[in-house]
Structure formats: C-alpha cells, structure tokens
Design a protein around this ligand. Structure first.
Ligand SMILES: *[C@@H]1O[C@H](CO)[C@@H](O)[C@H](O)[C@H]1NC(C)=O
Ligand SMILES: *[C@@H]1O[C@H](CO)[C@@H](O)[C@H](O)[C@H]1NC(C)=O
Ligand SMILES: *[C@@H]1O[C@H](CO)[C@@H](O)[C@H](O)[C@H]1NC(C)=O
Ligand SMILES: *[C@@H]1O[C@H](CO)[C@@H](O)[C@H](O)[C@H]1NC(C)=O
Ligand SMILES: *[C@@H]1O[C@H](CO)[C@@H](O)[C@H](O)[C@H]1NC(C)=O
Ligand SMILES: *[C@@H]1O[C@H](CO)[C@@H](O)[C@H](O)[C@H]1NC(C)=O
Ligand SMILES: *[C@@H]1O[C@H](CO)[C@@H](O)[C@H](O)[C@H]1NC(C)=O
Ligand SMILES: *[C@@H]1O[C@H](CO)[C@@H](O)[C@H](O)[C@H]1NC(C)=O
Ligand SMILES: *[C@@H]1O[C@H](CO)[C@@H](O)[C@H](O)[C@H]1NC(C)=O
Length: 792
C-alpha cells in the first residue's frame, strides 16, 4: 500500500463574495499530483494497459494541464516514457492539509470489456468519519472500450492497440464528479482494491475545495453554463436552453438563512447578441448544494462568450460569473459527426422519467427461456449449442419437435387480441410518460411496413397488420401527452445480407437447422433481393420510423455497422420542421444522447443523461412463460427502482412482454397499475424533478433500514422513504435544504395533508418529522415527504 503526500495550499481560493455586485471567480478546481502513485503505462503500441497487451495510442491523448468541463486535470507531459496512470490497488492519497471539499473529480477507465470493476473510493475525514463514493462502473459502458458500441466520454480515441496490432474499436477515458460531504475536512482518499480483471485506472484527480469564510453570505460560483441543443417555443420564438449550474461553496455545517439563497433569484445570460427570453429561477441554495436551471435565450453566436448574471428578488444584479463559450441553437442538422454529437435529450425526455418498454414479436409465440436468459433470444439460443445440453434446444424438441423451425412461429404470432387503445390507456394509467415498442428484434421480423426493403414483417406475414402504426397513431390521437418511441435492432442474426457486416453474436448468414433436419439451412422468410444491408434495409427502415411513423425516440440496439450519421440528420430535421424534439440512445453505432445500462443501474449521480431498462420479469424482456409471475417486479420494486434511478438523474424504462395474441397478462397489468396508483398521488416527487447534488441518498440510516432517496424542484425538496416510518417519526441523518418556515407535507391518496411538525438538530443537521400514522398506513411501496420552501 503506497502512502502519498500531496502538497496542497488553499491560498487564492477564499475569494470574497461581497454583498452587492460581485464578479464570481471561475469555478475552482485543482489537480492533485498523482506522480508518486503512478504504476501503469496506458499508451504506446507496446504498453500493457489492460494486463493482456492492450493500450491506447498516445497520439490521441492530451498532455499536461488539461481542461475538461471547466475543470483542470494534470495529465502526463508526455505519454509512453514513464508510467502514466494509477492502477487501483487500495492506495491511499493523503492531502497535506485536511481540506473541506465541495466536489471531487475523476478521470478514469475500467480496463476490461465486460463485468464490473471495483469502483468505490473511500474518503477519510478529520473527525474520524469516512464516506464512500462510487464512480460506478456497474455497466459495461465505463470500460475503456466496448465492442461495436459507442460511449460518451471525456477523451475518445478512434482505435487502440491489441498486442501492437490496431483494433478499430474506439477507446475512452471518462470524467466523473461527485459531491463530498463537508461536515469535516478530508484527510485522505483510498483507491479501490485491486481487482482480478476489469480493473480501475485513474488518470487524474482534481478537487474543488469549499470556501470556509461565511461572513459574506452564500459563496456562489457558476459550476457551468452550457448552451444546449434543447429549445422551447416562447411566444412564437424558438428559444435555446442554456443549462446553468449554480453552486454554494460553503461547507454544509454552515447551513443557515444568512449562508443560503432564500428568495427568488433570477439567472440570465449576458453577451453579444444574446437576449434572455425567460430567466432561470433559484429559490433556495444552501451551503454545499448546487442548483441546475434552464435559462432561455436567443441570439447566441458560434464563437463568443457570455456571462451568467444573478439578480436578487428585488431585481438587483448581485453577481456576474466568469465567461463561458456560447454556441448557437442548431436548427438545421447536417450529417457530420462534430455537429450531430452536440445533440442531447430533449427537455420532455428529461422530465418524463418513466417509460414502458414492449418486447413483442415472433419470440412471443414460444415465449420461453431457461432462468436468466432472455426469452426474445429463442432463435439464437436454440442453436447455442444445438444439442441436449441446451435447455432451449430440449424445450423446443419436447414442445414442438425437430420439424418446427423458428419461422414456423410466424403464423402463430397473430396479434388477434391486440387493442392499441387498451395498451396506451394502460401505459397512461401506469403513470408512464413514454413507451418504446420493439419494431424489429435481432430475428429481423418487423412489426411495420418495411416497403421494398423486405417482406419479413407483420404487414405481409402473420397478423397482416401494421402494429407499429396502430400503436403510435392511437397514442398520438388518444394520449397526445404520451411520448412514442421505437426500439430497432441494427444487426440481424441470420440475414444473409448482414453476413458481410456480421460480428460476435450477430454473424448474419442463414441459420443452420438445430436438429440436422433437411434442408440444413433455414429460410429467411420474406427476404427481398437487396444489394446492401445498410443502404437498402437498415437506413431506409430507420428513416421510415422517423419520417413515416414520427417516432420520438430511436432506441437502437447493439450498434455496429451503421448509417447513423445520415439517419440522425434526417431524424432531427424532420422533427425540427414539425416543431418537435426527439432523441436517440447510445446503441445506434454513433452519436449517443443517453446511456442505457441494461438490468443494471448506477450507484451514484451521473450528470449526463441515462436510462436503465429492465424487464418486469427478473431475467427477460420478452414474455417468458417459465417465470412464475410471483417473481415479477411488483409495486414496491417498480416504485423504489424508479425513485432510486430518478434521484441519480436517470430515467427508468420498465419492460413488459405481451403474448403472441397481443394481450398484456393480468399480473403484469396489475403490477403496472399498482405503481401507477402511487404515482398518482406522489408523482410530484418523481416527474419533472432534478437530482439533489449533495447525495442521492442518506448514507447513515438506522441499521437495517434502506436509506431514503431525495429529489428536488425549484420550489420543493422531496424525501422518499423506502421503509414505512415507525413510532410516528421519520428521521433523516443528513443536513437537508430545509429552513424555518418551510412546510413539510406527506403525499398520500387523500392528497397532501396539512403541514407536519418537524425539527432540525442544529449541530448534526438531523431532521425529524412527526408523521401522521393513520395516513402513513394508507400508503404502500414508498413514503414521500415534500418540503415546500417558504420564500423570503
Ligand atoms: C472490435 O474488437 C473485436 C474483439 O477484439 C474485434 O473482433 C473486432 O474486429 C473489432 N472491431 C473493429 C471494427 O476493429
Ligand atoms: C448568520 O446567522 C448566524 C445565526 O444563524 C449568526 O451566528 C452569524 O453571525 C450570522 N452571520 C453573519 C455574517 O451575519
Ligand atoms: C453440446 O455441444 C457443445 C458445444 O459443441 C459440446 O461442448 C457438448 O459436449 C455437447 N454436449 C452434448 C451432450 O452433446
Ligand atoms: C379496445 O380497448 C378500449 C379501451 O380499453 C375499449 O374501449 C374498446 O372497447 C376495446 N376494443 C375492442 C375491440 O375490444
Ligand atoms: C426502394 O424504393 C425506393 C423508393 O422508391 C428506391 O429509392 C430504392 O432504390 C428501392 N430499393 C430497392 C432495394 O429496390
Ligand atoms: C438480385 O439483385 C442483383 C442486383 O442487385 C441482381 O444481379 C440479381 O440478378 C438479383 N437476383 C434475383 C434473384 O432477382
Ligand atoms: C458507425 O458507422 C460509422 C460510419 O461508418 C463508423 O465510423 C462507426 O465505426 C460505426 N460504429 C460502429 C460501432 O461500428
Ligand atoms: C409460483 O409462486 C407461488 C408463490 O411463491 C407458489 O405458490 C407457486 O407454487 C409457484 N408456481 C409455480 C408454477 O412454480
Ligand atoms: C415485492 O417484491 C419484493 C422483491 O421480490 C418482495 O420482497 C416483496 O415482498 C414483494 N411485495 C409484495 C407486496 O408482494
């Protein structure tokens, strides 16, 4: 275990925030020197970054003092010569002076290609306490490269070395920032322990110290001002959203009215040509907290800068920030990566939080998988391997015989009971704000009219209906507030046309019969004679979903070979022409708007948008008749998963698998409606909320109690308890943004009750709410307490 001492001085950071007009300093960050801990070489054709001969190409890596998202990191002055990163083995990095920290920033990458790495860092404080932060590599996406996929990362290189040979999968280095508790100064940072594989590497660490001088009131700083691609129609003008994040750098233990913003402060942008059409409003900002608001502007330029101006409730300018680069609202997308990669999730998607995913297709006919396999993978699984050691192969033989091939299921996929009105009505009553329908899975069978690209679809075969049109048009007509999305598999397992592009579990080429029955190769029913899979099938099908079907979410799967640059420009321009904003996930091979952990979630807040998807079935998206419905996610699991994800800035896409006839089975429907009933009265703590910067959860709940989660809106703060409060009290062992005069109400089926009595222990910040036992008993799944700010 290495012990490292860091020379670190606080000088120059105690900027004064004078009452009245103040020019705020640039958001502070200081790189921590890692030199004594460096123990691994990341870059160079002969470096061994990952333990199996892989490495970055140094020509794509920045050097020296490097700025990202307004933060300063210290990278090596040159790569390849010496060790350049820290492979985590439990090292301890000691700060020379114990320091109150506001935020801690990491540049890191996991070095595996699959399963999680150990990613928890432990902070030790002067008062003897400790705290864990998890930069969280719970998903494959945070490893240094991912086959056939794309990442949003701080540093992206176009290829990497694999034992000195070029591997053309792009590689990444990620940035992650976390709040740090500031009740006590930080003394040291302990790295995660050594992992056997998928190890954690740190390229840079940087700190944002707290400001400890409380004499001048809140220590404001603008964390960032980002000119986004989101917009809103404000009085007939297309106004661009500028996302401004305001920080109060005082440590949390100084929380008091005179160290906080307690009245409506307005946030504007000032710069050449820029007009603020609708300011952002911050009503409450306590020490150690941050608030993220949208300011709507017109006239921002391609090259230029602007400052953030803050006015108090009397309209006086009280502070002006350092300069931020501007970029104009993009109204015409061209198919180039630089411009398209700016695109981001629209405001409606950010506010929506909860969607329903629907896996429905030929695989809904057999509807079977052994435990922990996806039932929609039946066509693939039956051949992996094609013998009696394979449960799917055995099941098929017993249930259907060797003479039934996968395409024989097409006529049984009837959709005979499919009622689009009933589905969208259910999604709405479930409380969901959007849905994503599988329009074509890896088996290549589309649920929409695929024109001259193929007849392998539900219009020509099976139900002879355009199921995508029925669902999307019905939703548009009957539930106009419900947003409409489409899943689309980029590759196809057994398409002969995909063989040229095949990879991994998507080789393309006709399937070999699993039972050695003649003919040896199975047909690909409905195939038309096309010359190129990407140009003649993938791109036109995706464009049809965008232009003919008006999808609002293109939820691609698998990635790999693609024409996504052309697709995205068409998709975004078509929507823009209709005054709509749309989005695309990170599996289209290019240009990700949001990350998509699968049956996984993050352990911490991720400021970049993400969406977790999971089946209601614990192991499968498609209906699996082998799963006992008692194992499905119920009201409790759905609501607690949703609230946990929302508290970390994510969305939850909960999947159901209808039957081949198009019915959503009763247990799935019941669980959706149970969750919907809770969202009916407690949805204000979920929809259109923001994460709470200091933490997504209380780290010190009573033993055995799952900690509550927190969400915020400009006027309120929510504590959502995952255990029913007992003995008439809810206790939160964390300093919350609650001040004398605030009302706290309990959200329950009979409406928010009258304000509850509560106390805060000034020394520890512990909040104790007296809860109304009779009302608490009327609620299941989660208990939502809403703090309503009293404004000065
Ligand atoms: C990505 O990596 C895999 C595994 O090493 C390799 O088979 C594949 O060819 C690579 N893809 C490209 C485009 O180089
Ligand atoms: C702020 O209020 C606290 C009491 O909450 C008081 O002790 C302190 O002196 C005040 N600070 C200033 C700078 O007025
Ligand atoms: C099934 O196939 C796999 C892969 O080819 C092989 O390893 C296994 O021994 C086979 N099992 C039987 C029971 O034939
Ligand atoms: C379809 O569902 C809607 C809404 O539940 C219902 O009103 C309608 O009668 C159903 N149509 C048929 C044909 O069952
Ligand atoms: C399909 O039809 C479109 C539009 O008529 C045409 O541009 C395209 O070349 C056709 N594709 C094939 C593979 O025939
Ligand atoms: C399929 O199309 C190719 C040109 O794309 C043509 O050469 C070939 O004759 C066609 N085959 C059939 C069976 O129509
Ligand atoms: C997507 O297509 C682009 C352009 O052809 C290519 O550079 C990129 O590597 C593809 N993405 C993947 C993951 O293969
Ligand atoms: C399903 O689970 C319930 C409750 O655990 C149990 O009573 C029932 O026997 C199970 N059914 C099957 C088919 O396993
Ligand atoms: C809901 O599911 C969870 C996890 O499976 C289980 O612990 C809990 O008992 C279930 N709740 C109810 C009311 O069935």
């Amino acid at each position: 275990m290495a012990i490292q001492t860091v020379l670190f001085l606080l000088s120059g950071l105690c900027a004064q925030f004078l009452p009245g007009l103040a020019t705020l300093p640039k958001y502070p960050s200081q790189a921590l020197p890692l030199s004594a801990l460096l123990n691994n070489k990341a870059a160079g054709s002969h470096a061994n970054f990952d333990g199996v001969g892989g490495a970055y190409d140094s020509q794509f890596l920045p050097t020296g003092s490097w700025e990202y998202d307004g933060l300063t990191f210290a990278l090596p002055s040159s790569w390849e010569e010496n060790d350049d990163n820290v492979l985590a083995t439990g090292q301890v990095l000691r700060l020379q002076n114990p320091t109150y920290l506001h935020e801690l920033h990491f540049l890191y990458a996991g070095d595996g290609t699959g399963t999680p790495v150990l990613s928890v860092f432990t902070l030790k404080f002067a008062d003897g306490s400790s705290h864990q932060v998890d930069c969280n590599v719970l998903v494959y996406a945070k490893n240094w490269w991912v086959w056939a996929n794309v990442n949003r990362a701080a540093i992206i290189t176009p290829y990497h070395f694999d034992k000195a040979l070029k591997n053309l999968n792009a590689t990444n280095i990620f940035e992650w920032s976390t709040s740090v508790p500031s009740e006590s100064p930080v003394e040291s940072i302990t790295f995660p322990a050594r992992a056997e594989s998928n190890r954690m590497h740190v390229f840079g660490l940087s700190i944002t110290p707290s400001v400890t001088d409380t004499t001048a009131g809140p220590a404001l700083a603008v964390r960032r001002a980002r000119f986004t691609t989101r917009w809103e129609d404000i009085s007939g003008v297309r106004a661009q959203a500028v996302e401004v994040t305001l920080a109060n750098l005082l440590p949390s233990f100084t929380l008091a009215p005179n160290t906080s913003i307690t009245s409506a402060h307005t946030i504007e942008l000032v710069g050449p040509g820029i007009q603020t059409v609708s300011p952002g409003v911050v009503n409450r900002l306590v020490p150690a907290d941050q608030a993220r608001v949208d300011v709507f502007v017109t006239g921002s330029q391609a090259t230029g800068s602007a400052v953030v101006q803050i006015r108090d409730s009397a309209g006086n300018v009280v502070a002006t920030s350092a300069e931020f680069p501007t970029s104009p609202l993009v109204e015409n997308w061209t198919p180039d990566a630089d411009s398209l990669s700016l695109h981001e999730t629209p405001s409606w998607w950010n506010a929506a939080k909860y969607g329903i995913f629907v896996h429905w297709g030929i695989y809904s006919t057999p509807a079977w998988a052994p435990p922990s396999r996806y039932a929609e993978w039946y066509d693939w699984d039956i051949r992996q391997p094609p013998n009696s050691s394979n449960p799917t192969w055995e099941h098929h033989l017993e249930t259907y015989s060797e003479h039934v091939i996968y395409d024989d299921f097409i006529p049984d996929f009837t959709a005979s009971k499919f009622n689009a009105s009933a589905w969208v009505d259910l999604f709405d009553r479930a409380g969901a704000k959007y849905f994503v329908l599988v329009t074509k899975h890896h088996d290549g069978f589309a649920l929409f009219d695929t024109g001259n690209t193929t007849n392998r679809n539900s219009v020509q075969l099976g139900p002879k209906r355009d199921l995508v049109a029925e669902l999307l048009q019905t939703a548009k007509a009957e539930k106009p507030d419900l947003h409409r999305g489409t899943y689309y598999s980029m590759p196809e397992w057994f398409s002969p046309d995909f063989a040229k592009y095949g990879f991994g579990s998507w080789p393309g080429g006709l399937a070999h019969n699993a039972f050695n029955v003649s003919p040896a190769l199975e047909p690909y029913t409905g195939r038309l004679n096309i010359s190129d899979y990407l140009d003649d099938l993938q791109l036109p099908q995706m464009i049809d979903l965008a232009v003919t079907y008006d999808t609002e979410i293109m939820w691609c799967d698998i990635g790999g070979p693609n024409r996504t640059l052309d697709f995205a420009a068409t998709f975004y321009n078509h929507a823009m022409a209709q005054g709509r904003q749309v989005t695309m996930n990170d599996r289209c091979g290019f240009l990700p708007d949001f990350d998509t952990p699968e049956y996984a979630t993050f352990g911490s807040i991720q400021t970049a948008k993400w969406e977790s998807s999971e089946g209601m079935d614990p192991f499968s998206y498609g209906l699996n008749t082998a799963t006992n419905a008692s194992q499905y996610k119920n009201g409790t699991t759905i609501i607690q998963t949703l609230v946990d994800i929302v508290s970390k800035n994510g969305n939850f896409l909960l999947d159901i698998g209808p039957t081949a006839e198009g019915e959503i089975i009763a247990p799935m429907m019941d669980n959706l409606l149970d969750a919907g009933a809770w969202l009916d009265f407690a949805g204000d703590c979920v929809f259109d909320t923001e994460y709470w910067f200091p933490s997504s959860q209380d780290f010190n709940p009573p033993a055995g109690v799952e900690p509550p989660r927190f969400t915020t809106t400009p006027n309120t703060f929510c504590v959502v308890a995952f255990a029913q409060p007992v003995d008439g009290k809810l206790t939160v062992n964390k300093r919350l943004p609650v001040l004398a005069g605030d009302n706290i109400v309990f959200l329950h089926p009979q409406g928010p009750g009258s304000p509850l009595t509560w106390t805060v222990d000034e020394k520890t910040g512990r909040l104790v709410i007296d809860v109304p036992e009779s009302e608490v008993k009327t609620v299941k799944y989660a208990w939502a307490f809403q703090i309503q700010y009293k404004l000065d």
